[in-house]
Design a protein. Structure first.
Lengths: 360, 574
């Protein structure tokens, strides 16, 4: 069955941030220099070709965009300045919006005004809530904490689970990858290793693993701060250890995201040269989360009762925007999709091998 | 009969001496009759050896010289000149080839190679004994030059010849000058209009006093040879019904610039002829040039998806045209860019076999990529197929840039990127006996060393009659051909080789066998003392020797290769 090409797909990808991809003349230098590409799993050229021809089904079923960690080597070596690295990035954005059943990811990625509108809407909602409680700190803290728990579970159940199932359907079920159930379990370790360590990212850079290290610390700091605020109720706890833990975590988040924002401003790294609104939003809000959480706890500890109220209100606004927009429909999802992609990719590779006895 | 012959056996730095025992060869021939001097040399062609040879000729009073070295193609002329500098007639020089014919051919058998080399040198000595001094022929040459074909190449050749103060006759079959170039609008790279370019050049040559332009005129016969061609031209009458005018002109040299034909796809080739929506690149180019407005329409239908199929009628392995037509990639891409700039909603999809936009034309390829044109690449084993699916024209292609994936492309219009083929009207070539290559285009003598000359002295070729070229390449070759044609006859006198056939008129009884054997039309019948005999036109004869063996009464001898010389060589060799 021949595949129909769609020359207009390129224009669609441009909305997701693809830069100058038309210039590609298929030399394959990008694939040759990529330290993650292999004979079996070869990219980025293959993905560029599929994008140029607009073969959406194959892109949708491909995990390769997630296998790239954007070191920028391909973009630096491209003789046509066709920017393969940024194309892989835009494919990840495109895939994110395809996995998302609500269609909101797609809207937010493509339309900057829609993103602004959503942010303002959440801001207004939070202010309305705070106003209805007369800006009472006790109540705001109470409901803020409750909101966190509800938001996390809702986003997880309503957005992430269906979206991950869709991802599974697109990449495993539809391409008819047959793999026994027990392999889903035996391979699941892979999922968590990649989720928490981004192990593959380490192979991306040639000399220094600094960026991988930075990124990993950020992931740990973020997840543990989340845990500290939600389950250890950081803002209300009297446990000294928990309090210090929270300080350390929020400081780490602030320090690392400060560096990330800085390199996006300076465009010092290849991967930071073409920042999309979604990238800015992600790092900036993470930075704001870190700094406001830190200040809230600091003000509580300094007994600045009057100021805490306002700092907490700002924190709550940032938090609500983060939890309702950026986490479910923005860049946050790459945390899940990347690790699941590595997991699915492992399943795909294994499906090509016969089931061995020792695996039982 | 030579009695004082000098023999030089060359080492060729080891090329010969590694396999042939040159000292042994030298000793084997030094006592031959008539040999007074035999020596070996490291490089016979070196300046020092050449000077030594000149000294030897004078000192030893030599009357014949032999060098046993490489192929005469390489150094015959060199040693003839040495002989001449030694004040001997240069045609008494005899060459023996012991490199290509002995050392290189028999590198596995040193004894045999040496043995063969000795035989070859002895044969050369045998020939040398009878080698006669010969003298080249001189004759007056016409200084007018004819250019046949008034396309871009012919016009530029004409202008260049006129610049050299030569009288030029430009003969164009059509009623207008400009050829194919005048058919085009905007041209690749310069964006000048084709018809404006040709009009500019035509305007220039129309105003020159030493240029005589004949349009609507055809060469109908040619006679003679370099320096003295006589061409007959038929000029179409001004009014219908008038008798056509015949002109006869004396011409010294001819530039042939008869151009090319567009390849016309066979019926059914990629649906050509079966579908109205399959057209050739020249047709599409004219459509783009002539359409106005922001929407491209063809036969009342709006065109957006244009699919180009490359190498139609070019680079075909089996039975077709095997050559690349050079200009088509650039032209197709340029036309695609034009269409996209001029009209709204054009999507260009190029199905190619590797893009050859060489040199600065690469910029056009880059521009078209930037504009979003898609390039799919197929190979000869799986050509694209056209079919109709839900009332839409669809092309199936196996894209080798996508690991051989079978792809389907929708098209509103299919453009067959056709190449160049030789003119179907070959009359000029047949009249002048110009050799054609396997591709059917006229052949030069040597692609690199003599790129515009033909084996017919005085006839040069310019532009696309020689092979596919773009406009600037055509112009380059035209300027080169003009200069070469001019240089052949600019002195007003001509020298030809004395090695030609000679007829013993006493013995000749005119049977016409030699006339039929001659590939150059150098033999004619003439009455001498009331007898019909064959005579040879010295300026046309090339000394090929085709006539000699067919003569039943052995009345023909080839100067420089007389029966006496050849028989004596054979005696030594067998």
């Amino acid at each position: 069955m021949a595949t129909k090409i769609n020359p207009k797909f390129k224009d669609e990808l441009k909305k997701y941030g693809a830069v100058n991809m038309s210039a590609c003349y298929n030399c394959g230098t990008c694939t040759a220099v990529c330290s993650l590409s292999s004979t079996e799993e070869s990219f980025p050229r293959e993905m560029i070709r599929l994008s140029a021809l607009g073969i959406e089904n194959e892109i949708k079923s491909s995990l390769k965009p997630w296998e790239c960690y954007y070191c920028g080597e391909c973009t630096n070596s491209c003789p046509q300045t066709a920017n393969p690295g940024e194309l892989m990035m835009s494919l990840r954005r495109w895939l994110t919006s395809k996995y998302d059943w609500t269609g909101l990811s797609s809207l937010l990625y493509r339309s900057f005004p829609a993103t602004i509108a959503a942010l303002i809407l959440v801001l207004a909602g939070t202010l309305f809530f705070a106003c209805s409680r007369d800006f009472n700190l006790e109540e705001m803290l109470h409901y803020g904490h409750r909101f966190e728990i509800i938001a996390i579970s809702t986003v997880f159940l309503v957005i992430f689970v269906p979206n991950l199932l869709r991802m599974w359907y697109f990449t495993i079920v539809k391409p008819k990858v047959r793999t026994p159930l027990k392999r889903y379990f035996s391979t699941s370790g892979e999922l968590f290793v990649h989720m928490f360590t981004q192990k593959r990212y380490k192979d991306c850079e040639e000399n220094t693993h600094f960026r991988w290290f930075e990124h990993m610390i950020l992931v740990f700091a973020y997840l543990s701060l989340l845990f500290t605020t939600v389950f250890l109720n950081w803002f209300a706890t009297y446990n000294l250890f928990f309090i210090i833990l929270g300080y350390v975590e929020s400081l780490l988040i602030f320090a690392i995201t400060f560096d990330f924002v800085g390199s996006r401003i300076k465009k010092s790294r290849t991967l930071n040269k073409f920042s999309q609104p979604s990238d800015w939003l992600f790092v900036t809000w993470l930075l704001l989360m870190g700094i406001t959480a830190f200040l809230v706890r600091l003000f509580i500890d300094l007994n600045l009762t009057e100021s805490v109220r306002w700092v907490y209100l700002i924190h709550l606004i940032v938090l609500a925007q983060w939890a309702l927009i950026i986490v479910p429909f923005g860049k946050w999802t790459h945390f899940l999709y990347r690790s699941f992609a590595m997991y699915f990719s492992q399943l795909k590779t294994q499906s090509k091998e016969p089931v061995s006895e020792s695996a039982q | 009969m030579k009695e004082r012959i000098g023999v030089y056996v060359c080492h060729c730095g080891g090329n010969i001496s590694d396999y042939v025992d040159v000292e042994k060869v030298c000793r084997a021939v030094e006592n031959e009759d008539g040999v007074v001097l035999a020596r070996t040399t490291l490089f016979a062609c070196s300046d020092s050896n050449q000077n030594e040879m000149i000294n030897d000729i004078k000192e030893h009073n030599l009357d014949g010289v032999i060098v046993a070295s490489c192929s005469p193609k390489l150094h015959l002329a060199t040693f003839r000149n040495v002989t001449e500098r030694g004040e001997l007639n240069k045609y008494t020089y005899v060459h023996a080839n012991i490199r290509e014919q002995a050392s290189w051919a028999h590198s596995d058998d040193k004894t045999g190679a040496t043995e063969k080399a000795i035989h070859l040198v002895k044969a050369a000595i045998a020939k040398s004994r009878y080698a006669e001094p010969l003298y080249p022929y001189w004759f007056e040459a016409e200084k007018t030059i004819a250019v046949i074909g008034g396309g871009i190449a012919g016009m530029k050749a004409t202008a260049s010849l006129a610049d050299k103060n030569s009288n030029v006759v430009l003969i164009e079959k059509e009623s207008r000058l400009g050829g194919h170039t005048a058919e085009w609008g905007s041209l690749a790279m310069t964006d000048e209009k084709g018809y404006e370019l040709t009009e500019r050049i035509a305007g220039d040559i129309r105003n020159r006093e030493n240029i005589f332009i004949l349009t609507g005129a055809e060469v109908i016969s040619t006679k003679g040879s370099i320096g003295n061609f006589e061409i007959r031209i038929r000029k179409k009458p001004q009014k219908e019904g008038d008798p056509s005018e015949i002109m006869v002109m004396k011409i010294g040299s001819i530039v042939v610039a008869t151009g090319y034909d567009h390849y016309s796809p066979k019926d059914g080739e990629y649906g050509f002829g079966n579908s109205d929506w399959v057209i050739t690149l020249p047709e599409f180019k004219k459509l783009v040039d002539s359409s106005t407005g922001k929407i491209l329409e063809y036969k009342g239908m709006r065109i957006s998806n244009v699919v180009y199929i490359y190498c139609v009628g070019s680079r075909q392995a089996n039975g077709g045209n095997s050559y690349c037509s050079r200009y088509c990639c650039t032209s197709a891409i340029h036309t695609a860019i034009e269409a996209k700039k001029k009209f709204n909603g054009i999507v260009n999809i190029h199905l190619n076999r590797g893009i050859r936009t060489y040199g600065k034309q690469e910029l056009l390829y880059a521009e078209s990529l930037q504009m979003g044109d898609l390039y799919l690449q197929f190979n000869e084993e799986s050509l694209p197929k056209i079919f109709v699916k839900k009332q839409k024209m669809v092309i199936a292609v196996k894209d080798i840039l996508s690991a051989g994936k079978e792809l389907e492309v929708e098209a509103d219009l299919v453009v067959l990127v056709t190449g160049m083929v030789p003119r179907s009207d070959r009359s000029v070539g047949s009249m002048l006996k110009l050799p054609k290559g396997r591709d059917g285009f006229y052949n030069e003598v040597h692609m690199k060393l003599r790129p515009v000359e033909t084996v017919i002295d005085g006839v040069t070729i310019a532009g696309t009659c020689q092979g596919p070229k773009n406009i600037s390449e055509s112009v380059n070759s035209a300027l080169s051909a003009a200069t070469k044609s001019y240089s052949l006859i600019s002195k007003g006198t001509l020298e030809t080789e004395p090695i030609i056939a000679k007829i013993d008129q006493e013995n000749c009884s005119w049977c016409s066998k030699c006339l039929n054997a001659c590939p150059f039309d150098a033999i004619s019948k003439e009455a001498v003392h009331n007898r019909e005999v064959a005579i040879v036109n010295a300026s046309v004869c090339k000394g090929c020797g085709m006539c000699t063996p067919v003569c039943p009464v052995d009345a023909i001898d080839l100067t420089g290769y007389s029966s006496k010389e050849m028989m004596s060589m054979i005696d030594v060799l067998v």
